[in-house]
Write a protein that binds this ligand. Structure first.
Ligand SMILES: [Zn+2]
Length: 244
């Protein structure tokens, strides 16, 4: 279970490589660099990621680069197309709508469970997170804020106490974070802190109906903030990866 922002961003990668992680430091470093570059909007949606350029930039073998690109494709960060190579994912408006719809359905059920199962300690943990969020509101750059806000949703899932639901939520939250990072104008907060706070109030009161309704509205507001008209950018691949 991802407990904080850095764990969230690599949860899926580590899960698949835990048996061989010590041999995969190079792969993990390349994965993180590309992931961070996408999340900080240096790499724009649709940017081509030619294998040869990545091998040169990271001084890595083609086999290593291919493995990393496959991991990134598995996590929906890049797209791999036969004969066209890899490029940064560019979710369509239809895919964006589907991802948010799935998340609303999943999270309204999760929050209902949380309202039934939350212990006093769970509520205290959620309140502690809200404090952290509040302290970070004006301080953190947009991508960091997106991750912190996303980790709140995973903490609610942990309170619900069903690891299978949490597993599916991790994938949906990662995909939403990517969409928000790719398309939302900087400075426009992804999640309303005030709404997180009210969700915790309803969980504490055991009011699953209200908690579920508010969660659905909260995610609808997040979806409304997403813009799907990225500007063209002509930076070099090395610069967008933060290597030059
Ligand atoms: Zn939120």
């Amino acid at each position: 279970m991802a407990k904080n922002s850095s764990e969230l961003q690599n949860a899926s990668f580590k899960k698949r490589t835990k048996l061989t992680v010590s041999a995969n430091d190079c792969e993990e470093a390349i994965y993180k660099t590309i992931f961070e570059s996408v999340m900080t909007q240096r790499l724009k949606p649709g940017t081509k990621l030619p294998e040869a350029s990545l091998c040169e930039l990271f001084s890595a073998s083609r086999a290593t680069v291919r493995k990393v690109l496959q991991s990134l494709a598995h996590d929906h960060i890049v797209e791999l197309r036969p004969n066209r190579g890899a490029s940064v994912a560019a979710p369509t408006p239809e895919q964006t709508r589907e991802i948010f719809e799935a998340r609303r359905i999943l999270e309204s059920s999760i929050v209902r469970l949380a309202a039934v199962n939350a212990k006093r300690l769970d509520i205290a943990t959620l309140r502690q997170r809200l404090k952290q969020e509040h302290a970070s509101l004006d301080r953190l750059p947009q991508p960091e804020w997106v991750r912190l806000a996303s980790s709140f949703h995973l903490a609610v899932a942990e309170t619900a106490g069903n690891p299978i639901l949490t597993h599916y939520l991790i994938e949906l939250v990662s995909r939403c974070s990517l969409i928000v990072a790719l398309y939302e104008p900087p400075g426009n907060a992804s999640c309303e802190h005030e709404e997180h706070s009210r969700i915790v109030d309803y969980i504490e009161q055991g009011d699953g109906d209200r908690a579920a309704r508010l969660m659905e509205n909260h995610l609808s507001n997040l979806e409304k903030n997403v813009f799907l008209n990225p500007e063209e950018d002509d930076h070099s691949l090395g610069r967008m990866l933060g290597l030059k």
